[in-house]
Design a protein around this ligand. Structure first.
Ligand SMILES: Nc1ncnc2c1ncn2[C@@H]1O[C@H](COP(=O)(O)OP(=O)(O)OP(=O)(O)O)[C@@H](O)[C@H]1O
Ligand SMILES: [Mg+2]
Length: 437
């Protein structure tokens, strides 16, 4: 059953049907049935008299099923008993308004399920009878979205809180770390001061030691020379039966004195080197001058050769050399004394020079006790002596002094050795000049 007449509708629908005209009637019918919101018309007693197709879809009832029933059937069971009263209140003062202002409203489908709704009420009179029309909008999607927004807001609040907590935790940690860092820094500063103090003391002590060694070595030289010269004199004066024995002892004294002299010489050299008192005086030598110099040094050292030991001199290449004569002699003396000392009787020691235009090479090679692999690295350090050399006389300064001399001449030294087979030291002195004098 459809009705036509004068209607006053709120929301988007405000229609005034002044004339009972078929066109208008058709228009209204179309409007009623094609509206995209549910419309339900009830009479004064809350009995449904009509519903549009949209309401049919919303509730799952056909119009026929709805007509003649009370509108309470569309209200969820739990609200049905109160609904009757509210309906009566409205009928007493009917006016277009929203229903359930400030409350969440729910409607109930035929299958008993509920859905959230927004309802506007309006009333009209037709042939002296009052009708109420309810406009129903299903707000399930909007509610879900609202729910979602609320959920997201809650999550956001939770995350914000977590971030805040994390932040304050972080700040605490940063604070703690900063404090730790500050403490470490001040401790570091303190230990730095202590270290530099200790270093300064050490330096002073070192200087004191080396000054003492230099002074002592210097002072020892005079009495030593006296001992030596007196020994020579004694040697001359001693005659007679015991002369052989006396000679032997005098020989021993002479040997010991000369050893001591060498040690003192080393100490003095090192002292002078470390104080920067030694400088290289470079000089250009012809090959012949150089060979003579070396031959001379070899000759001097030959006094100390062991039984059947022999030194050979090999010359390769032909070019002049720029060197400090005195330093070269000291280097060769040290290398030769090592070769002699660390080789057995009958061993051959080879001295070799290679004269190239831009490089002077000096090799001293022996067939001695050799050097263990793990001793090689520290060989040129101060006072270093290899494991197999402890029973052989020496202070461990010779090679160290050589490196200092070579530094002064911008040269270098390399070693190759095999335990019990022999050792070879190679000195390189790069040359600026290359023309033959
Ligand atoms: N030709 C060599 N054969 C074997 N070992 C050597 C040789 N030359 C040097 N060494 C090793 O290197 C160490 C250091 O040599 P260095 O000449 O500096 O000291 P030293 O000969 O022991 O003492 P010093 O030269 O001061 O009298 C030696 O003690 C020895 O162990
Ligand atoms: Mg030596």
């Amino acid at each position: 059953m459809y009705f036509y007449g004068r209607l006053r509708l709120t929301l988007n629908l405000h229609i005034n049907m002044q004339h009972e005209h078929t066109d208008n009637a058709n228009q209204f019918e179309a409007l009623f049935n094609h509206a995209t919101l549910g419309m339900i018309v009830t009479n004064r007693n809350g009995i449904i008299v009509n519903a549009n197709s949209y309401a049919e879809q919303q509730f799952g009832y056909t119009v026929q099923e709805l007509q003649g029933k009370t509108v309470d059937m569309l209200v969820p069971y739990r609200f049905q008993h109160g609904h009757h009263r509210q309906r009566d209140v409205y009928y007493q003062h009917p006016a277009p308004r929203r229903m359930g202002e400030g409350r969440d409203l729910f409607a109930q489908r035929k299958d008993g399920t509920e859905f959230p709704v927004e309802i506007s009420l309006s009333n009209y009179e037709l042939q002296g009878q009052m009708f109420v029309i309810a406009f129903i909008i299903d707000i399930t999607i909007r509610k879900k979205q609202e729910q979602l927004v609320l959920q997201q807001k809650a999550e956001l609040e939770k995350i914000t809180l977590e971030i805040k907590q994390l932040n304050s935790l972080l700040e605490e940690k940063v604070e703690a770390r900063t404090n730790m860092l500050r403490e470490t820094m001040s401790a570091l500063e303190k230990s730095k001061e202590e270290l530099s103090e200790a270093l300064e003391t050490e330096k002073q002590l070192g200087e004191l030691k080396s000054r003492f060694v230099t002074m002592a070595s210097h002072e020892f030289r005079t009495p030593l020379s006296t001992i030596l010269s007196s020994t020579y004199l004694l040697e001359k004066y001693t005659q007679g039966e015991e002369s052989g024995k006396t000679q032997k002892h005098i020989g021993r004294i002479k040997g010991a004195v000369s050893d001591m002299k060498n040690i003192l010489e080393d100490f003095l050299s090192l002292g002078r080197l470390e104080e920067g008192l030694v400088t290289a005086t470079m000089q250009v030598l012809t090959p012949e001058e150089l060979f003579a110099e070396i031959q001379n040094a070899i000759h001097e050292m030959e006094q100390g050769l062991k039984k059947d030991q022999q030194v050979t001199f090999v010359k390769e290449g032909h070019a002049s050399v720029e060197i400090d004569r005195h330093l070269l002699k000291n280097i060769l003396n040290n290398l030769l004394s090592n070769a002699i000392k660390f080789s057995g009787e009958g061993a051959v020691i080879e001295v070799k020079t290679i004269l190239q235009p831009r490089l002077f090479t000096l090799v001293v090679k022996d067939q001695g006790i050799g050097i263990a692999e793990d001793d090689m690295e520290r060989l040129f350090g101060r006072f270093f002596r290899a494991k197999n050399a402890v029973n052989i006389q020496g202070t461990g300064l010779g090679l160290h002094i050589i490196t200092k001399y070579l530094e002064l001449m911008h040269g270098n030294i390399a070693v190759e050795s095999k335990l019990n087979e022999g050792t070879s030291f190679t000195v390189h002195l790069p040359q600026k000049i290359n023309a033959l004098p």
